[in-house]
Design a protein around this ligand. Structure first.
Ligand code: NDP
Length: 255
């Protein structure tokens, strides 16, 4: 299967997002455009991204805070201008936040709402704002069925958002994170059912436990291995996977 020609990611200045950018740039057929979005492209936390952009003309940095609805629509306009009539093949909603200490004893309204805003509301608004560009990519594609090279929304979720699997990992309650990612999983199904007509694949992917600021250095997978696995799943995705939650090996996780 062909690779996506135009890709946009959120939260791409560190962790899994930054590694996705690096591996996409280094792939045998790199995308024509990679829109690497982050909260502060001018700031010290985006230095690595800026270094990459200075070497790769197909990498464009775009300011985007997924908690801010007007920042999302502004970013969509910038990307539309740059694409100059082309569509967007692949939207990866990667940005996420996590409060490791949030048990039912300690979690408060503010933490709950913040997690929900970033992890679920953000991806919903991203899907809405970039829908015209995703539709354009689907319309312009000659491919049959659904695929990541045609038009797709990939929501980076987690097994911790699986209701069925919760008892296996509840020694680590992370209530706000779990609830917000369960909402993201539901959003993925709603997006899959709604956007199917437009030719857009929508899948939630669990990257595994990955060594990042969020995953900590105790995690199972290096960021290199975790992202390599995630990227190897994308080309196998088709309509039968739309509206499902899969792990980094492409195996289904129950809701
Ligand atoms: P990190 O904490 O290392 O990085 C999170 C990224 O999200 C940063 O780039 C951060 O930007 C960005 N971000 C946070 N809030 C916002 C916002 N409001 N707007 C834009 N960007 C934002 O996390 P990971 O790389 O580990 O996680 C990436 C995704 O993978 C998340 O969705 C996470 O839930 C998921 N995941 C990770 C696992 C792991 O083991 N690491 C396991 C399962 C899922 P900034 O630098 O500005 O804060």
């Amino acid at each position: 299967m062909a690779a996506a020609r135009t890709v946009l990611l959120t939260g791409s200045n560190r962790g899994i997002g930054l590694e996705l950018v690096k591996q996409l740039l280094g792939s045998p057929r790199p995308p024509a455009w990679i829109f690497a979005t982050c909260r502060d492209p001018e700031g010290p936390r985006a230095q690595e991204l800026r270094d990459l952009a200075s070497k790769h003309p197909n990498l464009v940095l775009v300011k985007l805070d997924v908690e801010n609805p007007s920042a999302i629509t502004d970013a969509a306009k910038v990307v539309e201008g740059k694409l100059n009539g082309m569509g967007l093949n692949l939207l990866i909603n990667n940005a996420g936040i996590y409060t490791p200490t949030a048990s039912l004893e300690t979690v408060d309204a503010e933490d709950m709402v913040r997690a929900y805003k970033t992890n679920a509301v953000g991806p919903m608004l991203m899907g809405q704002a970039f829908l015209p560009l995703l539709k354009k990519a689907a319309q312009d594609s000659k491919e049959k069925g659904l695929s990541c090279s045609k038009a797709a929304i990939i929501n980076i979720s987690t097994v911790l958002g699986s209701i069925k699997k919760t008892p296996d990992s509840f020694f680590h309650p992370v209530v706000s994170y779990r609830c917000s990612k369960a909402a993201l999983n539901m959003l993925t199904v709603c997006q899959a059912l709604t956007y199917k007509e437009a030719g857009i694949l929508c899948v939630a992917l669990h990257p595994g436990w990955v060594k990042t600021d969020m995953g900590t250095q105790e995690a199972d997978l290096t960021v290199d291995t975790g992202v390599r696995s995630l990227l190897s799943v994308l080309p196998i995705l088709s309509e039968k996977h739309s509206g499902t939650l899969l792990n980094w090996e492409g195996k289904a996780i129950p809701w």
